[in-house]
Ligand binder design. Structure first.
Ligand code: FAD
Ligand code: NAP
Length: 531
């Protein structure tokens, strides 16, 4: 591909990058995706830790844009494993012949908008400078690993792993004393499997997680056939739910406080037996009314107390915060793993990890000796991957500076001062509060339409209007303030990364967001400026 032959450069080749390449190409655009990994798949290329699987059911956590693809692909389990999802994304790349438009093993380091040529100049780790009119950041919300700067972190003599950059050949923990730092979703999935193999596992917990059972199982062929027979409608139903999945399931229609204690307990029990994130759909007000929320929290705490033998451990594993405020975890045997003789829990909520020494982890003056450390410490979410690229828009303004007090955007899609640059599932859009494949498809399609509109108007660029952006930021803050999402130190707020501004980044409510986007389009792309 020659230097000037690109209309679009896409950064990233996960779900978002793959679909962008496909759609851009099918609309006659010359496109190249640049991916840091040695393969496609994004999240599912990097996160190969034991137990990694989706927590949105496989039949929904998959592309809906191509009828033949969704008819042909056979998911085997309710929640597909990482290898299966990666096989699916490899299949998508092959099926739509996307690989010729993807450059792997190459990291984008800087992107500069040239106002004279009205093109983006993209500098990458292969030494090349590429240019394109449009730049689509499909860099992922959860792709920049968070490695806490604990004193002595790099002095540990044994192997150190991060769940989000797991070795491809796997890790053998047998006869090893292992530390897992963190108790979010990645830890909740991996701890039971690490515990099965390790000689001893020590879990360092700063904040206990709420986890609901997955009840993972092989998919029933009859159920799959029924879904496939009506897949488009089934997907359309999912898009009508706040979270972009589970449209076919019973939704709670009343307040948790409007039913008797017995009735409420029976409803929670049924949801617990069904399993999965739909637990929080039991009632209408679990994410808006603190008292309603605590009924669900208390139910989960009672389950933890029943599952964990040692009362002190059960108490330490029981969260006291708002349930759902941090992303809920979906588990298989997480809590009961703490009944094993070879597993211990170290509470670091009030006494943080003091240091990492060559032989282990030090808390409150005590050295916990281990042979290997697993950082299950998550990601610099939503802004991290973009922040790690030097992005300069009009007049050389950097995205880092523009977002120094927290990210601003219009619809989570564009930032004023950065023409022709698009963020897929950017901050200010539903993104991580939804089934992300649904959010990604909607964004990619909207971006493709915006690019088409630039040509249709014979314009050279499209950019968010400053006032529209300011109004959008206000809207996102308002919606978030009506929920209980701001009541804890979550990564949604940037609270897991020291020094990161505390701003609620995603927008709750997919259908309402989609409706606003549709209205913006119908009003002639209101809030966007075509030059
Ligand atoms: P990613 O898959 O993160 O891909 C982004 C790609 O961009 C990466 O491959 C990265 O290497 C590349 N990249 C970033 N910066 C650069 C750069 N400077 N240069 C070149 N390449 C770059 N969501 C759900 O809805 N349901 C789930 O069940 C679910 N499970 C998850 C499980 C795990 C373990 C994790 C970490 C996340 C999960 N998510 C889930 C969220 C998941 O990230 C999204 O569902 C989805 O995979 C995101 O796709 P993406 O293409 O937007 O980003
Ligand atoms: P995470 O939810 O951010 O969890 C990170 C954990 O590390 C938290 O328990 C955190 O504690 C802890 N931690 C961070 N820094 C620490 C420090 N300095 N000392 C001690 N503990 C520290 O990250 P994640 O588990 O990788 O999950 C991130 C997101 O990816 C999820 O929320 C979900 O959206 C997605 N995901 C989904 C699945 C799935 O089931 N499909 C699996 C994995 C990930 P605090 O809570 O106190 O910050």
């Amino acid at each position: 591909m020659t230097h000037s032959a690109r209309d679009v450069i896409v950064v990233g080749a996960g779900f978002a990058g793959l679909y962008t390449v496909h759609l851009a190409r099918s609309r006659g655009l010359r496109v190249e995706a640049i991916e840091a990994g040695d393969g496609v798949g994004g999240t599912w290329f990097w996160n190969r830790y034991p137990g990694a699987r989706c927590d949105v059911p496989s039949m929904e956590y998959s592309f809906g844009f191509d009828h033949d693809l969704q008819r042909d692909w056979e998911w085997t389990e309710r929640y597909a494993t990482q290898p299966e999802i990666l096989r699916y994304l490899d299949h998508v790349a092959d099926r739509f012949d996307l690989r010729e438009n993807i450059t792997l093993s190459t990291r984008v380091e800087s992107c500069r908008y040239d106002a004279d040529t009205r093109r983006w100049e993209v500098q990458a780790s292969d030494g090349m400078v590429r240019t394109a009119r449009f730049l689509v950041m499909a860099t992922g919300c959860l792709s920049a690993a968070n490695r806490p700067d604990i004193p002595g972190r790099d002095t540990f003599a044994g192997p150190v792993y991060h769940t989000g950059a797991w070795p491809h050949q796997g890790v053998d923990f047998s006869r090893q004393r292992v530390a897992v730092i963190g108790t979010g979703s990645s830890a909740v999935q991996s701890i039971p499997l690490i515990a099965e193999h390790a000689e001893h596992l020590t879990v360092f917990q700063r904040t206990p997680a709420y986890a609901v059972p997955a009840h993972n199982q092989p998919l029933d062929p009859a159920e799959v056939a029924a879904i496939k027979a009506d897949y488009p409608n089934w997907r359309a139903g999912a898009r009508q739910t706040s979270t972009g999945f589970g449209g076919h399931l019973r939704r709670g229609l009343t307040s948790a406080l409007a039913v008797s204690d017995d009735e409420r307990a029976a409803i929670y029990e049924r949801r617990w037996d069904e399993g999965g994130l739909v637990f929080l759909g039991a009632f209408t007000d679990l994410m808006v009314d603190p008292d309603a929320n605590q009924t669900a929290a208390e139910f989960v705490r009672s389950k933890i107390a029943a599952m964990v033998d040692d009362p002190a451990t059960a108490s330490a594993l029981s969260p006291s915060t708002v349930i759902g405020c941090k992303r809920m975890c979906v588990d298989t045997d997480y809590y009961v793993t703490f009944n094993r003789d070879n597993v211990s829990l170290v509470d670091v909520s009030s006494t943080p990890i003091e240091a990492i020494s060559p032989t282990g982890v030090v808390v409150d003056g005590e050295l916990h000796e281990v042979d290997a450390i697993v950082f299950a410490t998550g990601f610099d979410a939503m802004t991290g991957a973009l922040d790690r690229i030097d992005i300069r828009g009009v007049d050389g303004a950097t995205l880092r500076d523009t977002w120094s007090a927290g990210p601003v955007s219009y619809l989570g899609l564009q930032v004023a001062g950065f023409p022709n640059l698009f963020t897929i599932t950017g901050p200010g859009s539903p993104s991580v509060l939804t089934n992300m494949v649904v959010a990604i498809e909607q964004h990619v399609e909207l971006v493709a339409d915006l690019i088409d509109e630039v040509s249709r108007r014979d314009a050279s660029s499209v950019e968010a209007v400053g006032e529209a952006q300011a109004g959008w930021v206000e809207h996102v803050n308002l919606v978030a303030s009506l929920t209980l999402f701001q009541g804890c130190s979550s990564w949604y707020l940037g609270a897991n990364v020291p020094g990161k501004p505390r701003v609620f980044m995603p927008l709750p409510g997919f259908p309402e967001y989609k409706q606003i986007c549709d209205q913006v389009v119908a009003a002639g792309y209101d809030g966007f400026r075509f030059v």
